[in-house]
Design a protein. Structure first.
Length: 413
């Protein structure tokens, strides 16, 4: 068997033993330079190789490499080769040095030990990453209450003492109380029917919430995970998703390299929200909470829906119901102060302000009798106190409004 090399180190191409390791999407046959069949790859990866002049299409479903991938030592080609499967004559599947376990939705079910409490369903949605309208299966488990939920794939038969990566897309699994459970358990056992307690105690536990494990990519509310683990001497491997106090959803993923060109779409308010996107909500978050997209947009006066780039939020003209009049007035005054000289402002006000209207507004709002009586009773008070009493009797907002209307009227005239 021909080895592939990375960083001048030879790595043997090894077979994968489980049906969940194979991907039916690798439909393009790959030929070496001399026309020998050496494996299969994804259609998108094949197009990428052709676009980079590393291969040519022989038929619609076959490409021939310009440089044999098993002989090229470059790091760049190594990343391309990782997606090419090599099939042995006995039908077993071989892949590059990275071994993946794939989530096969139809194999998953409630774990027998917690069937009564587990909330679980499988349904189809449009593929969030493919615009051609294809549907894909989603597994959903958990609820906002305290029900303990576990779903499992049954068992896998994997090579012993071998490193693998379990790849999947994840959505949800967090709440705004920070008390949720969102975990992946990997259990190694020789008896999956009557699993010994020691096998459970020795399980691998991965927390999938609150950033314990960093996803490889975020897109449209989903997070791509590639969880590493190494098998031991046990005959069987069981995978479980565990949830409590927050619904979570998982979806089948291909090898991470398949998504190399998929742009990330990040939540611009992620640092403020107490929980991440959840497909249960139409917008990803409850609309009646302070951290809804609409409320955070109002707070920041920005519009940044779940898009296809990770650019920073950009300011827009806010709708009328999101405008804060006092804040808008402050911003306008700041702009005026920066761009106009004070003498120009004073001149414009003097030319357009009716002093008689100003005097009339003051007279209407100032109770001279009350002011005179207060002064007589407190004849020894200082000038500051008198000034404060006068200010308390004047409705400055009303005066300013009338002055503003007078200015506007004069300007329009």
């Amino acid at each position: 068997m021909t080895p592939i090399t990375k960083n001048n180190k030879s790595e043997e191409i090894l077979p994968l033993a489980s049906d969940s390791l194979a991907s039916d999407s690798r439909t393009v046959t790959v030929l070496s330079e001399d026309g020998k069949e050496i494996g299969r790859t994804y259609p998108k990866r094949a197009k990428g190789l052709v676009k980079k002049s590393r291969a040519v299409f022989v038929t619609d479903n076959t490409i021939r490499l310009n440089d044999c991938p098993t002989c090229d030592n470059t790091e760049d080609n190594m990343m391309d080769n990782i997606n090419i499967n090599t099939e042995k004559t006995n039908g077993s599947l071989e892949v590059g040095s990275v071994k993946y376990v794939y989530l096969k939705p139809k194999k998953w079910k409630k774990h027998p030990d917690v069937q009564r409490t587990t909330i679980f369903e499988r349904f189809s949605i449009p593929d969030p990453f493919d615009g051609d309208g294809e549907m894909t299966d989603v597994l959903s488990t958990g609820s906002w209450n305290g029900a303990w939920c576990e779903i499992t794939n049954g068992v896998e038969v994997l090579e012993k003492n071998t490193e693998y990566r379990f790849v999947f897309w994840l959505n949800g699994g967090e709440n705004d109380r920070y008390n949720e459970v969102c975990q992946l358990h990997i259990i190694f056992t020789d008896d999956p029917v009557n699993m010994p307690l020691t096998d459970w105690d020795n399980k691998l536990c991965y927390k999938l919430n609150r950033g314990y494990i960093k996803p490889l990519k975020r897109c449209n509310g989903w997070e791509l995970y590639s969880v590493p683990f190494k098998t031991g001497d046990k005959d069987f491997v069981q995978l479980r998703f565990v949830s409590q106090y927050a619904p979570m959803a998982v979806m089948e993923a291909k090898a991470p390299e398949y998504y190399a060109d998929l742009p990330e779409s990040l939540d611009p308010f992620a640092e403020e929200r107490p929980q991440r996107h959840n497909i249960i909500f139409e917008d990803g978050w409850p609309t009646n909470q302070w951290y809804s997209t609409a409320n955070l947009m109002k707070k920041h006066r920005t519009e940044k829906p779940m898009g296809k780039t990770s650019a920073a939020p950009t300011a827009i003209t806010a709708p009328a119901d999101l405008i804060d009049p006092s804040e808008t007035a402050r911003l306008i005054s700041d702009v005026v102060a920066e761009n106009l000289r004070s003498e120009e402002i004073i001149s414009a006000i003097t030319e357009n302000l009716s002093m008689s209207a100003l005097a009339e507004a003051i007279a209407e709002n100032l109770d001279m009798g009350a002011l005179s009586a207060a002064i007589s009773e407190n004849i020894e008070i200082d000038n500051d106190t008198v000034a404060q009493m006068a200010a308390d009797m004047i409705d400055l907002d009303d005066i300013v409004e009338k002055v503003k209307n007078e200015i506007i009227g004069e300007l329009k005239g």
